[in-house]
Every structure is written in C-alpha cells, then in structure tokens.
Design a protein around this ligand. Structure first.
Ligand code: F0G
Length: 464
C-alpha cells in the first residue's frame, strides 16, 4: 500500500507502559450463570474472581504509577501531623485552590461532614442531579435534595456539549419558593455521574456562583471527576483550547466555596478523599467532627502512605496527556458502540459508557428492572461486570415509600484508569453487541431483598 491509499491519521497512545500485570481468568458460561444466580442477579454481589473485565466502577480501581508506589514507601505513619498529610494538603491547595483541607477515608466521609455541619432539618439542597451517597447524607441531616439540572440531562439522546449544567431558572425558582435562608448550599457535580459523566461549563459554574452569592448561598463542588470536567472544557468551551487542564481546574474551583472529593476517581488512588473549604467556620466545625467519624484531622481515616499516593496522584491526574488518554479510551469504546447502532447515552461522557436500557429492552416495564437485568445478562455473556444506574439506584421517596422512577434507566460500563487495553474494550463492545442481538428474550427481574439505604449495593433479585 502506498501513502496515498493509507488513511491519513496519526494515532495516539497512552503516556505510560506496563510494568506489572495481574492475571485474570474467564469462567465458562455455566459457571457465570451459576455465579450471577448466587449473587442474586446483582453485580455488586459477585466475587471479583468471578469477573473477567471489571467495569463495575472507576472508583478505587485505578492503576497507580511507579512514582505513586514509591511514595507508598515514604508513608509517615505517625498518628498526628504525618508529613504525608502536609504533602497532600499542598497538592490540593496547588491544584484545586482551596484554603482548608479535611481528609476523609473516601468521598462519602466528606459528604457526611459537610451535610452535618451545614444542613438544618427542613433545609433544601439543590444539585445538578442526585448522586446516591450525596443525597442520602443530605437526607439523613434533615435536608431535601432538589434536582436543578437542565432538562436535557434526563434525555439520553440529546447531544449537548455541557449536558451537566445547572438550570439557573430552576435554581432561582427554588430560592423564590423556599427562601435563600433554607438553602445552605448548592452542589455542583462536575462531571455528573448519574447523567452519564456529562460536564458542566465554566460559564455555567460562574453563573451559578454569581446567583448563589447574591443570595448568600454557598457553592460546593462534587469535585470527584472535576479533572475530567476540565478536559471537556478545554475541548469544547470557547476560549479554553489553549489553556492547560490544570489551569482550567483551578479556575473552575475558584467559582466555589469548597468541595467534597472522592480521591478514588480522578486522583488515581485506591482509597481516600477530602473535604475542602474556604470558610473558617465550616472548617472549624468539620475539623471538630472529623475526629468522631473519620480520624484525626491530619489523617481522616487514611494511612500516611495512602495520603502520599493521593498527593502524587493529584499531580499526575492534571497532566494533559494523561487525561486525554483516559477519556480517549472511553470515547473509543463509545464510538464503537455508536457505530454498531447500540443505544448509549450521548454524547459519550468522561468515565463510562451508559447503555440505554429502556431502548435496549422496550418490552420491559421499569419495575422489571431493565438495567439490572441487562447488567446480569452482560455478565453471563462474557464475564464483563457493569452496574445498574436506574430505578434500583434511585431508591424510594422517603416520604411516600414509592420507587423513584428516573427517566434514565442505564447500565454503566465504567472504565478504570490506566488498567485495561484497547483489546479489552473490543471484547466489551462485542459482548454488548451479542447481548443486543438477543435482547428480545430478556425477561426482567423481581426484587426479593431490599435493604433500607443505598439498596443497589445489596439488593437481591430473581428472574421473572
Ligand atoms: N460523588 C460522586 C460523583 C461519585 O461518583 C461518588 C462515588 C461519590 C461522590 C462517593 O465517593 O465512593 O469515595 O465514597 N462513586 C462511585 C461510583 C461509588 O461507582 O460511581 P466514595
């Protein structure tokens, strides 16, 4: 083939090479069917050894770099004042820009502290779509979550560059209805996990911040995947294409009063999180509570070595070539599925591909748990483990006891960072296509055990 016949492209590849591998095995179809039955058709209840390609979550599943592992050997395991805490604090201040840091064992620890410190019974907390653990902590503190994301975010097919944006009219209407004094803060998730990993624009976070400020309402980011959000701003928002992801992240955070953070995602570690705040009073109250629920204010439930790994992970996470490869891999899988006509949430988000289970199985009512069923079918087909993000995750209304019926009924194929290859993505795509071919035969499930909180983690099902 001469040059004129060759497609004119230059591929990119990951900015790392593999130094250590972890073998994985694939069970037979019979073994997988037995395993998913024993797990009550809930992929959370499978044993990891029963899984071939694990796309349950991108949380705590990243591969650490040699520099992070080297940092693990420098753990200062002092009960108080570990040097690793100060390294972590410095990395957060430098890259996220906040004044005070309260370390926590993971993201929900930070959500717990923030909710307890700021929410009074009867308060309302607007947010751009709910997240499971965030909402439950707000409710346990006596608050009511109010969804103020743009309507388009609830539609899997509408293509918008910033489908995670807050609808300012909805936010303003809530302020008018309940009064600003009943709204301690607004949560801005960047990116929005439950909407398909969709980003928020810089213009939107700034407008939210301006409106909140005029009413004395604080803005807290859920910064769990804010680096991925910054990459989308660089790629899609006018005026940002020549700025680095690190610069964009700092500017984005500057429009908020603090953040909760699960370091298990963007920050490339297996455990850890933090609460960051600029307000001295909130910091003092959270510092007071952290010693009850997490650990001393200089470790918050993490070992010194874990804090060092996270400090280094933060530095690596904001490198442009890292984040391009990370999101590039997600896009690779998404584009393949789009090409094959598989219904997925569009546009492709930052950390995962979301199969649209309502489109996949239009013959199933939502209370036959189409997404839960599809995740079980996918596992039986190939050992690929995905997760339900639909009616089971949405839970029940705490006042009426009814299921929430979310518009989005999704199966999430979540891509861990720096773990799987392009060939793994091909295997996943082919398995999704095979399940799609047989989808008319899928019968749905019924729930036979339902825990009180965050039921998707432990609920059990049987086939209809
Ligand atoms: N916020 C967002 C947006 C999240 O995605 C998560 C966790 C949390 C907060 C809570 O953090 O797990 O460290 O306590 N999401 C995981 C997931 C569990 O699979 O999406 P955590």
């Amino acid at each position: 083939m001469d040059a004129s016949q060759r497609p004119a492209r230059r591929s990119w590849a990951e900015p790392w090479k593999v130094k250590m591998v972890e073998p994985i095995a694939m069970l037979t179809r019979d073994q997988r069917e037995r395993a998913i039955r024993t797990a009550g058709y809930n992929t959370f209840l499978l044993k990891s050894e029963e899984v071939y390609i694990d796309l349950l979550t991108d949380s705590g599943t990243s591969a650490m770099s040699d520099w992070q592992w080297a940092g693990m050997m420098l753990g200062d395991e002092a009960y108080a004042g570990s040097k690793n805490f100060y390294n972590l604090e410095a990395a957060i201040r430098k890259h996220y820009g906040y004044k005070h840091i309260v370390p926590t064992h993971q993201g929900r620890g930070a959500e717990h502290l923030l909710s307890k410190v700021t929410i009074k019974p009867g308060d309302f907390i607007p947010g751009n779509m709910y997240f499971t653990t965030t909402r439950v902590h707000q409710e346990l503190a006596g608050g009511t979550f109010v969804d103020v994301i743009i309507d388009e975010a609830h539609d899997p097919e509408i293509e918008l560059p910033f489908k995670g944006n807050v609808d300012l009219d909805k936010f303003e209407a809530l302020i008018r209805k309940v009064g600003a004094e009943k709204i301690p803060y607004i949560t801005v998730h960047a990116t929005v996990n439950m909407a398909g990993g969709q980003p928020v624009s810089m213009a939107n976070v700034k407008a939210v911040s301006d409106l909140a400020k005029t009413h004395g309402i604080k803005v807290f980011l859920d910064a769990t995947r804010a680096v991925e959000n910054a990459y989308f701003i660089q790629q899609r928002e006018v005026g940002y294409s020549t700025k680095s992801v690190a610069e964009i992240l700092l500017e984005f955070c500057s429009h908020s009063d603090g953040c909760t953070m699960s370091g298990k995602k963007d920050a490339l570690v297996n455990i850890g999180g933090w609460l960051a705040v600029n307000d001295d009073r909130i910091f003092e109250d959270a510092t007071n509570l952290v010693v009850i629920y997490e650990g001393l204010q200089t470790y918050g439930g993490m070992a010194g070595r874990d804090m060092e790994a996270m400090a280094r992970g933060i530095v690596e996470s904001v490198q442009d070539d890292h984040i391009r490869a990370r999101i590039g891999q997600v896009e690779y899988l998404g584009n393949k599925l789009i090409e094959w006509g598989i219904p997925i949430v569009r546009p492709v988000g930052g950390h995962a591909i979301y199969l649209d289970a309502k489109k996949f199985c239009p013959h199933l009512p939502q209370d036959a748990f189409p997404a839960q069923t599809l995740a079980a079918e996918l596992y039986a087909d190939s050992g690929v483990r995905a997760m339900e993000r639909g009616i089971v995750s949405a839970g029940r209304n705490k006042d009426t006891g009814d299921h929430y019926y979310p518009k989005l009924e999704l199966v999430r194929l979540t891509i861990p960072r720096r773990v799987y290859t392009q060939a793994h993505m091909d295997v996943v795509a082919e398995s999704v296509a095979a399940v799609n071919d047989e989808r008319a035969k899928i019968r749905g499930l019924r729930m036979v055990y339902e825990p009180k909180y965050l039921r998707f983690f432990q609920a059990r099902f049987e086939p209809n």
